[in-house]
Design a protein around this ligand. Structure first.
Ligand code: HMG
Ligand code: MG
Length: 298
């Protein structure tokens, strides 16, 4: 049964911009977020509270949160790898936080400088504090379909990390194809592993489009009934600790796919395309969304 409605979590301001080497003005990030919500996005990953030495682009996290054009019905999420990040984030009133682990040991070390089990200990402290503050915690499982350092990743690894996250009180898991190597049947196996520990409405897909498989993988996810996906405006992004990884699947392309299938997203495609054109203009880059390029005639 295909879902009749899908929720898109816009990760462009965070996953997209974190990969830009040149600093993007705080005001441009805030303007982008305003345009995204005006286009109908109701869940936006705004920034991350990570070490500014590791990811300089996110160093203005507090200023971006302070300048948010907060709108009723829109949820603003931020990434927090540890208690230090959580405490800094809490002061800026996020609606949700995201802890980010991995199904691969090598990637965990490269990305957050600790093992998977150490990361779970850190996340457990974050979850306890978040629960007391009444903030929902999502967990991302990176390298769920493959690792740039270890290669193949078995679905059992995804299930194992999902179970560890469940045990510490994480409320939602995102199955993340960090380097975009997944194909539909493998994606279904990884999602099925996560679904052994989390209900359908608390499992999402986060697909980078490096190998051009993301739309096929979303279709495969819909076949399982999964109805929440992370997407990035104009296909912005990548991960600084996964060399060669491109952006997430473009929000515009996913909206076009879903609306074409009669699945409601609540998103206004022309306004979305304008939001993508805005940020690509700021960056001085060509639009990475095929649908956007088609609609603007490039
Ligand atoms: P570490 O060096 O092991 O941390 O970094 P530490 O606890 O040893 O502290 C070292 C220094 O960092 C100290 O400062 C701390 O205060 C500071 P110093 O005393 O040297 O001046 N520090 C912090 N500063 C700000 N915010 C914090 C924080 N924590 C410590 N939260 C750490 C560990 C996790 C901080 C580091 O490895 C890091 O920041 N990593 C960034 C990873 C990242 O942002 N990756 C990209 C996002 S994940 C992603 O894109 C994947 C995803 O999209 C899904 C997918 O596609 O796979 C979600
Ligand atoms: Mg990502």
């Amino acid at each position: 049964h295909f879902p009749s409605r899908v929720t898109l979590v816009e990760v462009g301001p965070r996953d997209g911009l974190q990969n830009e080497a040149r600093p993007v003005a705080t005001q441009a990030k805030i303007e982008l977020i305003g345009r995204l919500q005006a286009a109908g996005l109701t869940e936006i990953e705004v920034t991350s509270f990570v070490s500014p030495r590791w990811v300089p682009q996110m160093a203005d996290n507090t200023q971006v949160m302070a300048g948010l054009p907060r709108q009723a019905g829109v949820r603003y999420a931020v990434l927090t790898p540890n208690l230090k990040g959580f405490e800094a984030a809490l002061a800026t009133r996020p609606d949700e936080i995201v802890v980010f682990g991995a199904a691969s040991e090598a990637f965990s070390q490269k990305n957050i400088n600790c093992s998977i089990s150490e990361s779970i200990e850190r996340f457990a402290m974050v979850c306890d504090s978040a629960r007391k503050a009444g903030i929902k915690v999502r967990g991302a499982i990176s390298c769920a379909l493959g690792c740039p350092y270890e290669g193949e990743v078995a679905p059992e690894r995804v299930g194992w990390v999902a179970s560890l996250m469940k045990d510490i009180g994480v409320q939602h898991v995102g199955v993340a194809d960090t380097i975009g190597v997944g194909t539909p049947r493998k994606v279904q196996a990884a999602l099925a592993a996560a679904l052994q520990h989390f209900p359908l409405h608390e499992v999402s897909g986060h697909f980078h489009d490096t190998y051009g498989q993301a739309l096929a993988n979303i279709y495969a996810s819909l076949e399982l009934g999964v109805h929440t996906f992370d997407t990035s405006i104009s296909g912005l992004g990548g991960c600084p600790y996964a060399k060669g990884a491109t952006g997430n699947v473009a929000t515009e392309d996913v909206v076009y796919l879903l609306e074409g299938m009669g699945i409601t997203t609540g998103i206004d495609l022309p306004r979305l395309v304008q939001a993508g054109e805005y940020i690509r203009g700021v960056l001085g880059q060509a639009n990475g969304s095929r649908v956007a390029r088609a609609l603007i005639g490039q």
